[in-house]
Design a protein around this ligand. Structure first.
Ligand SMILES: Cc1cc2nc3c(=O)[nH]c(=O)nc-3n(C[C@H](O)[C@H](O)[C@H](O)COP(=O)(O)OP(=O)(O)OC[C@H]3O[C@@H](n4cnc5c(N)ncnc54)[C@H](O)[C@@H]3O)c2cc1C
Length: 347
């Protein structure tokens, strides 16, 4: 039996890992459009600086995630955020955050949060740089053929697990050739999951910027900035000594507004916002980096009961099945779909 997985993010990698632990006889190929593992859990390197420009930290609110991080995967580089998160209000005032939330440990990896993807991907067959564009039933069988953007046939499998964000998964299905009634029902379930966009602007400085908090979060969603992290507080591996790194994640409405703005105009606007918030002139960064996340966080949910019907050999996983963009929820959705795929294999 051969399973194809589209996407080497948290959901795809954890589903593959879980299935291979239970069914070592299963053959799995993962197709990933980008050049690395982890999807939105992403790290960039630049001029001796290392920064997590997607997800910032992982929480382990239950025993299974705790076991994964602290017992199953290497803990060599696993570190805890030591400083609290404070709250940023719409009027730029800052207040101490919720003590209960701050008491929950937040974790990261010293060399970058994308180490989590690398650890999960160890031993898996991942074909990087392959973007799956459509699927089709193999003639005369119930198997699935996978095609890339050029229409090239890249693989055939008994079952396919799709893990891109819901609208991207809907796009793949919409151009696929199989039972139109079923296809349209699946697309309908996926296409309406709204996602928040997020522009991430990283700013590097050649001087220390210290505060009593690791990050600021805007909870009333009225501020143009949803999150501001002092990335250098993650440790000495993150930037040269005496330097600082700020990560500004812009709010959904502001990101949409600024999506097509030239990078230098965006940087100037963000520097002004950050200077006001931190009460310090930050107008001369060493450099800045812009990243646009079109599908940053799901603001809605798709029903696993509608998607993972067990009829077709098509399966679905990702944070949108939980309805909330969190690493641990994407991992759990990978584990849950592994249950469904295992049941399908033994049907
Ligand atoms: C800016 C930002 C900050 C965040 N902060 C946090 C945080 O601090 N803590 C937290 O817990 N969560 C955070 N999140 C949310 C978290 O990153 C996601 O919920 C989680 O990583 C989603 O995992 P996934 O596997 O569902 O999807 P993804 O990570 O999107 O994985 C899907 C994979 O599929 C690949 N793919 C897409 N289309 C195709 C195709 N056609 N063919 C092949 N491959 C394809 C993609 O490249 C990607 O690797 C943040 C997200 C963003 C964007």
């Amino acid at each position: 039996m051969h399973l194809a997985i589209v996407g080497a993010g948290m959901a795809g990698l954890s589903a593959a890992r879980e299935l291979l632990q239970r069914r070592p006889d299963l053959s799995i190929t993962i197709y990933e459009k980008s050049r690395g593992f982890g999807g939105r859990v992403a790290t960039r390197r630049r001029n001796g600086f290392v920064f997590d420009h997607g997800a910032q930290v992982i929480k382990a609110p239950d025993a299974n995630i705790e076991r994964l991080l602290h017992a199953e995967l290497s803990t060599e580089e696993l570190r805890r955020i030591e400083k609290p998160v404070y709250v940023l209000h719409a009027d730029n005032t800052i207040a101490e955050g919720d003590p209960a939330l701050n008491a929950e440990p937040s974790w990261f990896y010293a060399s970058g949060l994308n180490r989590l993807g690398k650890l999960l991907a160890a031993g898996l067959d991942v074909r990087l740089g392959v973007r799956i564009a459509s699927l089709r039933r193999e003639e005369g069988t119930a198997r699935w053929m996978l095609f890339d953007l050029n229409g090239a046939h890249v693989g055939t499998a008994d079952a396919v697990l799709l893990t891109p964000p819901a609208p991207q998964t809907a796009e793949i299905l919409a151009t696929s050739d199989f039972d139109p009634g079923l296809r349209d029902a699946l697309v309908r379930e996926l296409i309406h999951v709204p996602y928040r966009r997020c522009l991430t602007l990283t700013l590097a400085y050649d001087r220390p910027i210290e505060r009593p908090f690791y990050a600021l979060v805007n909870v009333d969603r009225q501020h143009p900035m949803a999150w501001l992290a002092l990335e250098h507080t993650k440790g000495t591996e993150r930037c040269p000594s005496g330097h600082s790194l700020l990560i500004a994640q812009l709010a959904g409405h502001f990101s949409v507004q600024q999506w097509d703005a030239p990078a230098d105009e965006l940087a100037a606007a963000v520097v002004e916002i950050v200077s006001i918030v931190l009460g310090e002139d930050l107008s001369r960064p060493l450099w800045y980096d812009r990243q646009g996340w079109r599908y940053a966080l799901p603001d809605g949910i798709a029903r696993a009961s509608v998607l993972n019907t067990m009829q077709t050999g098509l399966f679905f996983a990702g944070d949108y099945i939980a309805g909330l963009g969190r690493i641990h929820l994407a991992i759990k959705s990978g584990w849950e779909v592994a249950d469904a795929i295992e049941a399908w294999l033994t049907r």
